[in-house]
Design a protein around this ligand. Structure first.
Ligand code: ATP
Length: 370
């Protein structure tokens, strides 16, 4: 396939494609060569894949509101559909040259997710009827190699669809049609809370957020009914969870990551008009999330152990092997902590070693001056 065809499919000029080409990552998946856009580029979504003459569009970045009351009317002008934002990892599934492949946010084929999806949901009838579909969703649950989060009733790893787009153009289906189609194809999907007039939407969303917060869930994604415009808003529980995680590896997470989550808390306490007691309680919980996880991390290193990202996966032996190989290929250092068989599957707990947090914490404990 020559690149002229790609630029047409992407809807950009030849010179824009030439400029893009320098930024493409080249990879191979089971003998198939492909390229992808690993970071944000003007005009072409991050995660866009060029493979065997076909384009698989990246999933767009969803803007975030810090204040619902003003953020919602800024983004929407009529009706707003509100769905749950799930905490897991993003996956896009497309059928390319006859094979169903699962792509990560940045556009790599994930060999683990590609295999797991086949086990979790039968997408064959959907792709037979709609070969141009790009099924977008979140992989959630505790036995997860990238982001583990508990959901009631979810014991291992599950898939929840939240979007359906055209693979080449990235055009979404409207919310109603998407939900109907997933229902018809028996594909599990994220919950829809309701569709509201833009004027009252902030006051509809607030109790939803409060309930999600109580349950330790992440938040909502709001959409225009045609699916073209999106906006996200998350709970305080989600900010605290992220901060606790980041401060358990304090020198491996960008400071910007932490700062952004702190800001969300500041705006939420103002918008929700919290009195001194409520704001103090929020401050207390926030402080605990930060300090207690940092304290655990420092204690771990002080005791001679190391900190890292611990994950458990449950899959066939072959699937576990390709996952570990895939992670190691990306330069990750893994330590296998447990490897056992259960009901014909392999259940493996591994730790992704992180360098900076271990080294820096040790150096400071040994007296290094800052
Ligand atoms: P990104 O670059 O992925 O946008 P981010 O950290 O800025 O990164 P997130 O807070 O992860 O953004 O929110 C966007 C992600 O939320 C999506 O990429 C998607 O994986 C996930 N998500 C979960 N539930 C939904 C949903 N119902 N609708 C849309 N996206 C969802």
């Amino acid at each position: 396939m020559n690149d002229t065809e790609y630029h047409k499919q992407l809807g950009i000029g030849e010179s824009a494609f030439d400029a893009l080409e320098d930024h493409l990552e080249h990879r191979t998946y089971e003998g198939r060569e492909y390229r992808h856009v690993p970071d944000y580029r003007r005009g072409v979504e991050r995660g866009t894949v060029l493979m065997e003459g076909e384009v698989v569009r990246g999933f767009p970045k969803i803007p975030r509101a810090l204040v619902l009351e003003t953020g919602i009317p800024e983004q929407f002008d009529d009706r707003v559909a509100v769905e749950e934002k799930l905490n897991g990892y993003n996956v896009r599934i497309a059928r390319v040259d006859g094979d169903q492949l699962a792509f990560t946010r940045s556009g790599m084929v994930c060999p683990f997710t590609t295999r797991m999806i086949e086990r979790l949901v039968d997408l064959e009838p959907l792709f037979d009827e709609h070969p141009e579909a790009m099924v977008c969703g979140e992989m959630i649950g505790p036995e997860n190699p990238y982001t583990a989060h508990d959901y009631p009733g979810v014991e291992s790893l599950v898939f929840r669809a939240f979007d359906w787009r055209n693979r080449t153009s990235g055009e979404p289906l409207d919310v109603e049609e998407r939900r109907e189609r997933y229902e018809r194809f028996d594909v599990p999907q994220t919950q829809l809370f309701g569709t509201y007039d833009v004027d009252g939407a902030a006051s509809e969303v607030r109790p939803i957020i409060e309930e999600l917060d109580d349950e330790g869930r992440e938040g909502v994604v709001m959409q225009s009914p045609d699916g073209s415009t999106q906006l996200k808003y998350t709970t305080s529980a989600s900010s605290r969870g992220d901060l606790a995680y980041a401060f358990s590896l304090p020198f491996d997470y960008g400071q910007e990551f932490m700062f952004r989550r702190l800001l969300r808390e500041g705006f939420q306490t103002i918008e929700w008009d919290e009195n001194d007691d409520a704001a103090r309680e929020r401050a207390h919980e926030l402080g605990e999330a930060i300090l207690l996880s940092m304290r655990d991390a420092i204690e771990t290193v002080e005791d001679g152990d190391s900190v890292g990202e611990r994950h458990t996966v449950r899959a066939s032996s072959e699937t576990v092997n390709v996952l570990l190989e895939h992670l190691r290929d990306q330069g990750l250092q893994l330590e296998i902590e447990e490897d056992r068989r259960e009901d014909g599957d392999r259940v493996v707990t591994f730790c992704k070693k992180v360098q900076s947090s271990n080294d820096k914490i040790r150096n400071y404990l040994e007296g290094q001056i800052v």
